[in-house]
Design a protein around this ligand. Structure first.
Ligand code: HAM
Length: 439
């Protein structure tokens, strides 16, 4: 039994696993860039205070927090949103709007471990600051969908559930609830899918038993799955807040349809998001088969920057994790084949030939070719085997006889053909070979 093991829920990435992770990050990064988002980064350790009350009870209870040697209360970041709000709030006047930013970073939550959930995980975060209208939601939901699409995932594999905390607020207000009651009902809605009727326990504890007709109205609203049903539900309610809000819904859904993305998006008022700071539209991505936990989540949070002590600024964004995403790719057979390929392998006769080989190897590497060679003297046969296994397309053979003539043998490992090349032309021959192959 080994002496040290990694902590539960913390992940180690051996080279094959890291290559798969890098592949995901590469495509996420590329996709975010094609939407005009700029990449930023920030500290992994933050003042504990940043997450207190801002992120919500659930995340607060999952913090990895401690007191540092200077007596500061600190926490490993459980999410990016409060941090990116600080970054934007701090330089708000200097930043050109709309601010479209993304990051790929690691987060830490002391969660109960289950499939697709760990205690450390990566997220792509994409956020737009400075845009109050649904144009920001349009852009972010489109980006979210393309982050799946660029891996070959389709509308049969995943979808986005769209909901709206504003609409919920206006609706519950129209039913006569005050703000504390509305917030408690919304957290029941958030948990209803998982807990059923038990989700209302909190409400009962705080305000006494929930009136049966109120509960029925909440459950009916929660089950709304189309814009038409939403329009019908809202039609009989007096006041114009709800009607005006439906205008935003039509605009957002219209924009997404115009982009050809209608088939990915479903109205679903059962989603309200557990985090404390959301203020308007909220959305979550799920696999169509319903086998995995949430793939991504986000929404509008117009008051968080203000809560951190800066001037208020509208904001919308989402976070998408790498763990459920990798599971989905695996289920659909879309995990990329991993290759740690080499371009050129140098086969070296003996110690006397090493100096010549080293000179060429270094100059090829400086030109950007991936070149490998045996660190120690080994038999030719073994070296050719290693050359084959390395994935190299070319072998350069440094034998005593050849070097005496001032040449190196260049073997095409694909066609198994060989030619002698004067040493000073080795670089040019290798370059020609790979540029011809690249066409
Ligand atoms: P979240 O819903 O807490 O939102 O997380 C977003 C995504 O991160 C989840 O859908 C999931 O893919 C992944 N995730 C969360 N917790 C874990 C975990 N323990 N293990 C593995 N993956 C996990 C947020 O974090 C918001 N800050 C997103 C956001 C950005 N809202 C606005 N901008």
């Amino acid at each position: 039994m080994a002496q040290f093991q990694s902590l539960p829920g913390f992940r180690e990435f051996y080279p094959d696993a890291l290559a798969r992770r890098n592949h995901i990050f590469r495509l996420w990064r590329q996709t975010a860039s094609t939407y005009g988002f700029q990449e930023y980064d920030a500290p992994v350790l933050e003042p504990l205070e940043l997450y207190k009350t801002k992120s919500g009870d659930e995340i607060e209870g999952q913090l990895f927090s401690f007191t540092d040697k200077g007596g500061r209360e600190v926490a490993l970041r459980p999410e990016m949103t409060p941090t990116v709000c600080r970054l934007v709030g701090e330089k708000a006047n200097a930043l050109k709007r709309p601010i479209k930013w993304f990051s790929i970073a690691e987060f830490y939550r002391y969660e109960r471990m289950q499939k697709g959930r760990g205690r450390c995980f990566f997220q792509l975060n994409a956020d737009i600051f400075g845009e109050p209208g649904v144009e920001a939601e349009t852009e972010l939901i489109a980006l979210l969908i393309q982050c799946f699409g660029s891996f070959g995932l389709t509308a049969e594999d995943f979808y986005v559930r769209l909901s709206d905390r504003n609409l919920w607020f206006y609706y519950l207000e129209a039913l006569g609830l005050d703000e504390p009651r509305i917030r408690t009902v919304l957290s029941a809605v958030d948990r209803y899918e998982k807990l059923g009727d038990d989700a209302f326990k909190d409400y009962t504890e705080k305000f006494g038993p929930i009136a049966p007709e109120l509960k029925a109205q909440v459950l009916a609203f929660l089950q709304i799955k189309t814009l038409a049903a939403l329009e019908a539900a809202v039609a009989s309610i007096p006041g114009d807040k709800l009607g005006a809000r439906l205008g935003d819904w039509r605009k957002l859904l219209g924009n997404l349809s115009a982009m050809g993305l209608g088939k990915f998006v479903e109205v679903d008022l059962g989603v309200v998001r557990g985090l404390a700071y959301y203020t308007g539209f909220v959305f979550e991505a799920f696999d169509r088969k319903g086998e995995l936990r949430a793939l991504a989540g986000g929404g509008r949070y117009d008051s968080l920057i203000g809560k951190l002590g800066y001037n208020d600024m509208p904001a919308v964004g989402f976070g998408m994790g790498d763990m459920t995403f990798a599971l989905l790719l695996e289920q659909r057979g879309l995990t990329p084949a991993v290759s740690h390929s080499t371009d050129v392998y140098a086969v070296i006769g003996g110690e006397a030939e090493r100096a010549a080989a080293f000179a060429d190897i270094q100059s090829l590497r400086a030109d950007g070719f991936r070149v490998d060679y045996p660190l120690k003297e080994v038999a030719f046969g073994k070296q050719f085997k290693a050359a084959g296994e390395s994935g190299a397309k070319l072998a350069l053979i440094y034998g005593g006889e050849e070097l005496a003539k001032g040449v190196v043998k260049v073997r095409d490992l694909g066609t198994r053909t060989e030619m002698e090349v004067p040493r000073e032309q080795v670089s040019a021959v290798v370059r020609d070979f790979f540029s011809a192959g690249a066409e």
